[in-house]
Structures are given as C-alpha cells and as structure tokens.
Design a protein around this ligand. Structure first.
Ligand code: GZL
Length: 336
C-alpha cells in the first residue's frame, strides 16, 4: 500500500468521524433518574440512558470501538450520550460531569490516561451512577469507583510481540520501540510486557531507541524517520504499540530506501485490517490483535452494574495473532 493511500485512508476516516462523532455530551434531557430496569411493580422498562466518554479518534482501532458502541446502543434501543474527548482528559472529565447532571443510568469511560479520574469517579459513585471502563484502566485507591474493565491484557500483548521478534532475530540485535501516548494504560502495560519479556528471554537484544508516537500514523512515521536518522542501519526491528504507528513506520522505512518486514522486522498491536494486509504482503511481520468491537460486552456489563450485580474487576477479551503463518487467510475476516 503506497504512503499516499495509507494517509488518504487515515485522513478520510478522521474527517468522516469528526463530522459524525464529535461534540460535547448531549445537552438533551437525561434519564428520569429512575432505575433503568423494570420498576418494582414490574412496569415497562424505562429507556436506558448511558453516557460514553470516549478517548478520541486517534486511530483506526479507536474509531472501530466507537462505532461498535454506537451500533450496539442502536440495536438495544439505548439512548447513548456520546462525547469525543479529542485526546484531552479535561474534556472527558467535563463529559462525566455532564452525564451526572443529566442523571444518566450508567457511564462508560475509555480513559485517555490512568491518573486524574478519581475525583469525578467519586462524584459518579455519590450520584449512584455505575461506571464501566472500556479498554483502558485507571489508577484509583478505591476499586469500587468502577464496576469492571472490559478490555484486553495489554501486558500479554507486549510479551507476545517480544517473543515473536526475539525468535525471528535469533536472540540478537537492536530494537526501536515506538510507544503509545505516555501515561495511557496501553502504553504503560504493553511496554512492561515487551521490555520485561525481552530482558528475561532475549538478554542479547537491546532497545536502542524509544519514543512516543501518540498512537497516530503521522506521528509514528515522524518518530521512525528520526530513529532511522539517528541509528541508520543499526535498527534490526521495531515494536510499535499500535498498528497505526506501524503503518507510519512502514512508510518511513520505505522512504529511507529499505524493505519493511525484511531489512527491519516489525511487530504491532491492534489487528486492524490495513495492518493484517501489510503482514500478508510481507511489509510487516506480526500483528497481535486487541479486540476493538466491545459494544456488546460493555452494555452487558453496564446493565449488570445498574442491576447491582457484582462483577469481576476485569473482563478480559482473548486476542488473536497474525503473522506469516495465517495473515493471508485472515485478512478478509477483519472487521476493522
Ligand atoms: C487499546 C487502545 C489503544 C489502541 C490504539 O485498548 O486503548 O488506543 O491500541 C488506541 O490504537 O489509540
């Protein structure tokens, strides 16, 4: 896939989503404040009103997650109040305040970073509104501030990328690491999984470059270009915390006159169709899935929380993995 096509795809997707998905949380009337399930006399169910404070629209994965939640809300007849955080924690916090004022029945939060949400989650708890975390964790002293997290095991995703690259490199060489936005759960946990597995299982492989690519195609390309300028042919492989930064890295490697997937091995995480196609074409080597279509699991969880069921703190989705052994066969199965 040429550079202009990848960027064009990315730009078209961003423009399309910004027309559809952004804007503050709905200012319309919220729930009546009564429980969403049938009333004590077994009366008709009230229409569920759920607030969704989304991280932003930084990647193809994120856009797919957003669409999955919107489609599932439509299917279930749920009144979804959607807020695009545009990558800013203050907008997410504002959205949660608004959901509380609207007396929604439940809140779904995909937190852009792990810290700083405790005060507003306390307010939601005091208002008797359950919160379910989508895909990313928060650091809180009081675990009762959220009902559960529906997402993947990021540490395992990072570990799987390290094991793939370590074996492919026969246990020796130099790796560049392009990280997701600093302070986010996937950046912290994928790095932990990757770096620890590499140090433990492949002590002769060194990480010689490491920078923040913000989970974005353009930033991932920019970071890879800088790493190539600084390290030239000394980079044997690159680990990108998500597919979109991997797509940017592929462009940078090609423009530097090298062959991605051969001169420089590549491992990424998300399982986007665009990247599984790159693996199938030999321009990348390994793509560990991170399930994005979480809508159904999220609404099941929030309903159980509203019905005061006790949930496990994490509801982990099992992730697939695509490499030279299966990518060609799996491309057409990818739904995002
Ligand atoms: C993972 C999710 C990450 C994706 C990126 O659950 O939080 O954020 O891996 C996205 O593509 O930006």
């Amino acid at each position: 896939m040429t550079r202009s096509r990848i960027i064009a795809c990315g730009l078209v997707a961003v423009v399309a989503l910004s027309l559809v998905g952004c804007g503050s949380s709905d200012s319309g009337g919220g729930a009546t404040g009564r429980p969403a399930s049938a009333d004590s006399k077994g009366g008709a169910k009230k229409k569920l009103v759920i607030g969704f404070a989304q991280t932003g629209a930084e990647s193809g994965w994120r856009k797919a997650e957003t669409q999955s939640v919107k489609d599932e809300a439509e299917k279930r007849g749920i009144d979804l109040k959607f807020s695009d955080g545009q990558g800013k924690q203050e907008l997410q916090i504002q959205a949660i305040h608004s959901f509380i004022q609207q007396k929604v029945d439940g809140i779904i939060l995909a937190p852009v970073v792990v810290t700083g949400f405790e005060p507003v989650l306390k307010e939601a708890k005091e208002a008797g509104i359950p919160v379910v975390l989508s895909d990313r964790a928060v650091e809180v002293k009081d675990p009762s501030l959220y009902a559960t997290l529906v997402g993947s095991d990021f540490v395992d995703e990072g570990k799987r990328c390290a094991e793939y690259l370590g074996k492919k490199m026969n246990g020796k060489g130099n790796i560049a690491e392009i990280e997701g936005n600093s302070g986010s759960a996937p950046q912290i946990e994928r790095k932990k999984g990757f770096d620890e597995a590499l140090a433990k299982e492949f002590p002769n492989i060194k990480i010689i470059a490491d920078a923040d690519g913000k989970f974005e195609i353009a930033k991932g390309k920019e970071v890879m270009e800088a790493m190539l300028r600084a390290n030239g042919k000394n980079i044997n492989a690159v680990f990108c915390h998500n597919d979109d930064m991997g797509l940017g890295a592929i462009q940078a490697i090609q423009e530097a006159g090298m062959k991605p997937g051969k001169d420089i091995l590549i491992a990424t995480i998300d399982g986007e169709k665009l990247m599984v196609q790159q693996v199938a074409d030999g321009n990348s080597n390994c793509c560990v899935e991170c399930k994005a279509l979480l809508g159904s699991g999220l609404f099941d969880a929030i309903q159980q929380a509203i019905d005061k069921k006790i949930l496990p703190k994490k509801m982990i989705q099992k992730d697939d993995q695509f490499d030279e052994t299966n990518a060609k066969a799996m491309v057409e199965t990818r739904k995002y």
